[in-house]
Ligand binder design. Structure first.
Ligand code: PLP
Length: 390
């Protein structure tokens, strides 16, 4: 007898949404390690450092003191007050406690931002190469990402290039600085160009400042701090990178109305807020002296310099990235297709990287190496590459 299962199907809006290709690399690495191979892992995107002790103790104290009940879904007031203070002093973004919201990871903030702004049929400009989930976050709203090549935009003029790639349906720009995977840090002049374009075309900017504390050359400019931008910008920040808190899923977003109402609804119905003890850890993290953050940045800079020198020495041409913790060398001497190049390095040198085309067509020909690893691992990687290229 024929069964009638036609009602059992997935929501169509998920058809175009993919899973990050990086998961495939991670699985392959786990497989090789299970077979006993010593794989050097440069594919991840998380700090090798542990969360500072005082942040962990703040969460433990909150648990012991029974701070285990519901908190306001936007975040505890003392947390939002500390965030307002941080945004004013560090980012020059003036916000009230009602204009910040705690989110369960920067990814959650970005999800809420795209969901708040985009409708089916809209277009969003995305500088490319881009952090892989972004295309899926855009298509998940049934909007379309329009990829703007960062390299040529910087060469030919940001405003002119954005104009070229824009359509009458464009509603938003995703603006990530420092960038994952390229390490590009947009200059103040470039930020001003993006801002001028957004104002001229009446667009919303979704700013992703996950790596705001990892700038080695130049300055970090929060686009929402530029004149006329706070009212059209949703800025997503994360505790993951600065404080080595990837597993805590602790982050926040700042925006004005009408965005805040939408963000609150999405946070309320998706997670109903960040776990209460984690919010106490966030309050503690925000007390970290700037000198400690600068010291950590120096440790990343040391890793960047060591890795980039090694990559250039073996012929993987790589200008020093100005920010974040990724090197993005040209890998065409291994293979012109980045997926094949990554496979070859994984199999022959036991070095795991991410193919550049996972970050969009503009990333093809490159490999992403994360240097958020130990100095020893970087040295071992360079040795392995030297042998491979010998
Ligand atoms: N934005 C960028 C560019 C990232 O690379 C990441 C993480 O890798 C995030 C946002 C989100 O990080 P999380 O969800 O850990 O806060």
């Amino acid at each position: 007898m024929a069964t009638r299962l036609s009602g059992i199907r997935l929501a169509k809006r998920l058809d175009e949404v993919g899973f990050s290709g990086i998961v495939q690399v991670r699985n392959k690495v786990m497989e090789l390690r299970a077979e006993g191979h010593k794989v050097l892992g440069f594919h991840g995107g998380e700090p090798f450092f542990d969360t500072p002790q005082e942040i962990k103790y703040a969460a433990i104290k909150a648990l012991v003191e029974n701070q285990t009940h519901y908190a306001p879904s936007s975040g505890l007031l003392p947390l939002r007050q500390a965030l307002v203070e941080k945004l004013a002093t560090k980012n020059r973004i003036r916000a009230t406690v009602d204009e910040v919201i705690a989110t369960v990871g920067g990814s959650h903030g970005l999800y809420a931002a795209f969901q708040s702004v985009l409708d089916p049929g809209d277009d969003a400009l995305v500088f490319s190469p881009y952090w892989t989930p972004i295309a899926d976050l855009v298509t998940g709203t049934q909007a379309r990402p329009l990829f703007v090549p960062t390299v040529s935009a910087r060469r030919n003029g940001i405003r002119k290039t954005l104009n070229q790639f824009s359509t009458p349906h464009t509603r938003a720009i995703y603006y990530n600085t420092p960038q994952n995977p390229s390490g590009v840090v947009f200059t103040r002049t470039e930020a001003e160009e993006v801002a001028a374009f957004a104002i001229e075309r009446d667009l919303v900017v979704i700013a992703d400042e996950a790596y705001e504390d990892l700038v080695y050359e130049g300055e970090h400019v929060s686009i929402a701090s530029l004149p006329g931008m706070a009212e059209r910008t949703i800025t997503c920040f994360t505790f993951s990178k600065t404080y080595s808190m990837t597993g805590w899923r602790a982050d926040y977003t700042v925006a004005q109305e009408p965005f805040m109402t939408a963000l609150r609804k999405i946070v309320l119905y998706s997670t109903n807020g960040v776990p209460t003890p984690v919010q106490f850890a966030m309050i503690q993290a925000l007390k970290t002296p700037e000198a400690d953050i600068a010291r950590r940045r120096d440790e990343y800079r040391q890793r960047r310099d060591l890795l980039v020198a090694g990559l250039n020495e073996v012929g993987l041409e790589c200008p020093p990235p100005a920010g974040a913790f990724y090197a993005f060398p040209n890998a065409e001497i291994v293979n012109k297709y980045s997926r094949t190049a990554a496979q070859i390095l994984l199999q022959k040198a036991l070095v795991a990287t991410v193919p550049g085309d996972f970050f969009g067509a503009q990333g093809e020909g490159h490999l992403r190496f994360s240097y958020a690893v130990s100095l020893h691992e970087i040295e071992s990687c360079i040795d392995a590459l030297r042998k491979f290229f010998a």
